[in-house]
Write a protein that binds this ligand. Structure first.
Ligand SMILES: NC(=O)C1=CN([C@@H]2O[C@H](COP(=O)(O)OP(=O)(O)OC[C@H]3O[C@@H](n4cnc5c(N)ncnc54)[C@H](OP(=O)(O)O)[C@@H]3O)[C@@H](O)[C@H]2O)C=CC1
Ligand SMILES: Cc1cn([C@H]2C[C@H](O)[C@@H](COP(=O)(O)OP(=O)(O)O[C@H]3O[C@@H](C)C(=O)[C@@H](O)[C@H]3O)O2)c(=O)[nH]c1=O
Length: 362
């Protein structure tokens, strides 16, 4: 995990009375120990006495105790810069999971805090706050709607990533760009699982703009591109394949689901853990993160109903029979061996991943 001592977190110690950066958004006060979440320009704080009990529950302060002993704690100000990881798209499936796991180590930015259609706002925020890591989970993810709204989709999935990459480069930050299996639109079963350097072919507006986003992210010297598939995560009003199946399956004896799109649906929680593991491992470049073994949406729907004790029958159909507006890959299966090699960690099976999601639904 990202720890108080890892480079993603910086801890500064100040003697009492010195000028320190001041939080303008959120902060927690441990008497004279101030944990700042979003420091900006100067203010003056005066120290007072502090006891070890005041530090309980503050992981960074506990680290401070380990380093300097619990008592006496110097009458000093500690500025802890938590502003080091930005998570965009913080209200989305993956953003929510990441923010929950990173907790105080990150600043979650939802659309209200940072509208990615405003490139000037991206530059202003990143260049003033100077995060060490930016995890870009924001995206235009409505695959079919994108066909009728290519300009909006390109703005968020590609142009905003170019702006993030430019500012990340300026401040020396790592840019983590979340991407999609849909960049493998030309792959067939005969090609086998897609590796990070397998041929790319983006069909449809969503896939094309996500591929452009990958390319923009790669202009940042420090970048991670994490491709994944079929995300399902907990949200107050979740919109994902699992929830759609559960919702419509309740009222129907039978559902028709495509059986010719091979892929690896994965929970947001698993992906969030893997993104953190990649950052911790100081990985750079392109990685695939997904549960396995590959399945089809039809088989996945059957697994959802089986694990949910539902008797809904699932009838296999072809992509053409379903007739969606946007093209979908037939074989976007992701090989994840590079992830395991670099992090030393394994990824769950689709069945286990789904079971945890279902068990933790509200
Ligand atoms: N969902 C999936 O199955 C897959 C997704 N991916 C990729 O993973 C990433 C995360 O996906 P996921 O969490 O499922 O996506 P969600 O659709 O759940 O979340 C995307 C978030 O992006 C935000 N967003 C959209 N437009 C803007 C904007 N102009 N400014 C700021 N924020 C904006 C949305 O905000 P708001 O809530 O306000 O609309 C939303 O919270 C994306 O990059 C996606 O392309 C990859 C593979 C599969
Ligand atoms: C609801 C439903 C869907 N389907 C099909 C449509 C589609 O081909 C497939 C999956 O449905 P979805 O709506 O989840 O498809 P989609 O929104 O295309 O899912 C994608 O989202 C984007 C953001 C990604 O990046 C991809 O990895 C992928 O997960 O199942 C059926 O066959 N029957 C049904 O009843």
């Amino acid at each position: 995990m990202i720890t108080p001592t890892s480079p993603e977190r910086r801890v500064f110690f100040f003697e009492s009375g010195v000028t320190v950066h001041r939080d303008t958004v959120t902060y927690r006060m441990y008497r004279d120990i101030v944990c700042l979440a979003r420091p900006s320009e100067g203010s003056r704080k005066t120290s007072s006495s502090v006891s070890s009990e005041d530090l309980v529950g503050c992981p960074v302060c506990e680290h401070f105790e380990l380093q300097f002993g619990p008592s006496p704690i110097p009458r000093s100000l500690i500025w802890i810069d938590f502003t080091v990881i930005f998570v965009t798209g913080a209200a989305g499936q993956l953003g929510t999971a990441l923010c929950s796991k990173l907790a105080d180590a990150c600043v979650g930015l939802s659309r209200d805090q940072l509208d990615l259609s405003d490139c000037a706002a991206i530059a202003a925020l990143v260049e003033s706050e100077r995060p060490k890591v930016i995890i870009n989970c924001a995206a235009y993810t409505a695959v079919d709607l994108a066909e009728d709204d290519p300009a909006s989709c390109r703005q968020i999935n590609a142009d905003a990533v170019a702006a993030l990459a430019k500012s990340a480069t300026k401040v020396g930050a790592l840019l983590v760009q979340i991407s999609t299996d849909y960049v493998f639109g030309g792959s067939t079963i005969a090609d086998g699982p897609n590796h990070e350097d397998s041929p790319l072919e983006a069909q449809g507006v969503y896939a094309q703009t996500k591929l452009a986003g990958e390319q923009h992210a790669q202009t940042c010297p420090d970048h991670l591109v994490v491709r994944t598939c079929g995300i399902y995560g907990h949200l107050p009003q979740p919109k994902n394949f699992v929830e759609t199946m559960l919702r419509i399956g309740v009222d129907r004896e039978e559902l028709s689901v495509v059986d010719d799109q091979h892929c690896n649906p994965t929970s947001a929680s698993t992906i969030a853990d893997a993104v953190i593991a990649l950052i911790d491992a100081k990985a750079r470049g392109v990685f695939h993160v997904a549960a396995s073994p590959p399945t089809t949406w039809c088989q996945f729907a059957r697994e959802i109903f089986k694990q949910s004790d539902m008797v809904t029958r699932v009838v296999p159909i072809t992509t053409e029979q379903f007739g969606a507006k946007a093209a979908r890959p037939r074989h976007s299966v992701l090989d994840t061996s590079k992830y395991t090699r670099v992090t030393g960690k394994s990824l769950p099976t689709i069945a286990d991943d789904l079971a945890i999601y279902l068990a933790t639904r509200a």
